[in-house]
Ligand binder design. Structure first.
Ligand code: F42
Length: 326
C-alpha cells in the first residue's frame, strides 16, 4: 500500500511545509496539494515543499486544463521535477465548476479537454514538438526548451467516463471517495478503460482521496470530519447518495445550512452516522485500519489522508505513521 496526504493551501505555505516534512518522517510516500485560484498557488507551495523534504513525492492534487494552458502545466511540473530531483507527479482533473463560474471560465467539454490536455502534456514532457488540432486543445509546433524527466500523470476522476479514460491513459487515479461501494464500481470502470487501451489494469494506481480523520478518541475524530462530510453530501450526484441509502432530499437541506453558515445544525444531527460512514474514513486507528483493509481488498492501492486528517493535524500525522503505516 502507498500512503499519501493532501493539503489545501488555505494555510500558509511554511505551515504546510512543516506538516509535509513530518509526514515524510512518518513514512508517507506522497503529498498532494490542491489547486484553486483562491488559495496559495499550487506550484509555489510544491516548490517550497521540495526544498524542505528529501524523499516524499510531490503532486498537484489536482490542477486543471482550464486555468492553465497545457504547455504552461508541462513547464511548471517539469520545473518542479528538476527542483525536487525527480519527485514530481502531475495530478490533473477537469476542475471545479463553482470556482470556474466565479472566474468567468466556461466549463466546456471537460472530458475531451482533459483527454487532449494529457496527450499534449505527455508529448511536451517527452521533449516533442507539439502540433495538435483537437476539439478543445490546439498547438502549433510548441516545444519545451529543457528536459522534464519522468513525470507520472494521475487523473482526478469520479464519473464513469472519466474513470474509463483514466484506465486508458493515466498512471493513477485520485478518486474523492472513502467507501468500498464506490470503489467496487470505480475499479471496474478503470479496468474497462485499461483493457480498451490494451493495458494491464494493475498499471493504474487507484487512490482513495478520502476525507480522513483520526484520533484516539473516536468522537473527536468524527466531529472534526462532520463539516467536510456535509460539503461532500451537498456536492454528491443523486446516484452516489442513493448507492449509500441516503435520502436525496438531505442534499438540499445540508446545502441550505452550508449557505446560511449554520454549522450548529450541521454538527447537531443533520450530518448523520450513515453519511459519516459513506463519505469518510474516520475514528480511532483501529476504525481507520478496518476501513483501509476493506478498500485494499477491493483494489485500492493508495490511501490519501485528505481534509481534515484529524482534530489535531500533527498528532494525526504521527498516529497514521505509528499505527497504520508503521
Ligand atoms: N478540482 C479542483 O478544481 N481543484 C482540486 O484541487 C481538485 C482536487 C481533486 C482531487 C481528487 C478528485 O477526485 C477530484 C478533485 N477535483 C479538484 C475535482 C476534479 O477536477 C473534477 O471536478 C472532478 O473529478 C469531477 O470530475 P468527474 O469525474 O465527475 O467528471 C465530470 C467532468 C463529468 O461529468 N464526467 C462525466 C463522466 O461520466 O465521467 C463525463 C462527461 C462527458 O462525457 N462530457 C463530454 C466531454 O467531452 O467533456 C461532453 C458531453 C456534452 O454533451 O457536452
Amino acid at each position: 500500500m502507498t500512503f499519501g496526504i493532501e493539503f489545501v493551501p488555505s494555510d500558509p505555505v511554511l505551515k504546510i511545509a512543516h506538516y509535509a516534512k513530518l509526514a515524510e518522517q512518518q513514512g508517507f510516500d506522497n503529498v498532494w496539494i490542491t489547486d484553486h485560484y483562491n488559495n496559495r498557488d499550487v506550484y509555489s507551495t510544491l516548490t517550497v515543499l521540495a526544498m524542505n523534504t528529501n524523499s516524499i513525492k510531490l503532486g498537484t492534487g489536482v490542477t486543471n486544463p482550464y486555468t492553465r494552458n497545457a504547455a504552461i502545466t508541462a513547464s511548471s511540473i517539469a520545473s518542479l521535477n528538476e527542483i525536487s530531483g525527480g519527485r514530481a507527479i502531475l495530478g490533473l482533473g477537469p476542475g471545479d465548476k463553482a470556482t470556474f463560474d466565479a472566474m468567468g471560465i466556461a466549463w466546456d467539454k471537460p472530458l475531451t479537454t482533459t483527454k487532449e490536455s494529457i496527450q499534449a502534456i505527455r508529448s511536451f514532457i517527452a521533449g516533442e514538438k507539439v502540433t495538435m488540432d483537437g476539439d478543445m486543445v490546439k498547438f502549433g509546433g510548441a516545444k519545451m526548451a529543457f528536459k522534464a524527466g519522468n513525470v507520472p500523470i494521475y487523473m482526478g476522476a469520479q464519473g464513469p467516463k472519466m474513470l474509463e479514460l483514466a484506465g486508458e491513459v493515466s498512471d493513477g487515479v485520485l478518486i474523492n471517495a472513502s467507501h468500498p461501494k464506490d470503489f467496487e464500481v470505480a475499479v471496474q470502470q478503470i479496468a474497462a478503460g485499461a483493457k480498451k487501451a490494451g493495458r494491464d489494469p494493475k498499471e493504474v494506481d487507484v487512490a482513495a482521496y478520502a476525507c480522513f480523520s483520526i484520533d484516539k478518541d473516536a468522537a473527536k475524530a468524527k466531529s472534526a470530519a462532520q463539516i467536510v462530510v456535509a460539503f461532500i453530501v451537498a456536492g454528491s450526484p443523486d446516484m452516489v447518495l442513493e448507492r449509500h441509502g441516503i435520502d436525496v432530499s438531505a442534499k438540499s437541506d445540508i446545502g441550505g445550512a452550508i449557505a446560511k453558515g449554520d454549522f450548529g445544525a450541521l454538527m447537531g444531527g443533520m450530518v448523520t452516522n450513515d453519511m459519516m460512514d459513506a463519505f469518510s474514513i474516520s475514528g480511532t486507528p483501529e476504525d481507520c485500519k478496518a476501513r483501509i483493509n476493506e478498500l485494499l481488498d477491493i483494489g485500492v492501492t493508495q490511501i490519501v489522508a485528505g481534509s481534515p486528517i484529524g482534530p489535531n493535524k500533527e498528532k494525526a500525522i504521527k498516529l497514521i505513521g505509528k499505527e497504520i503505516i508503521g
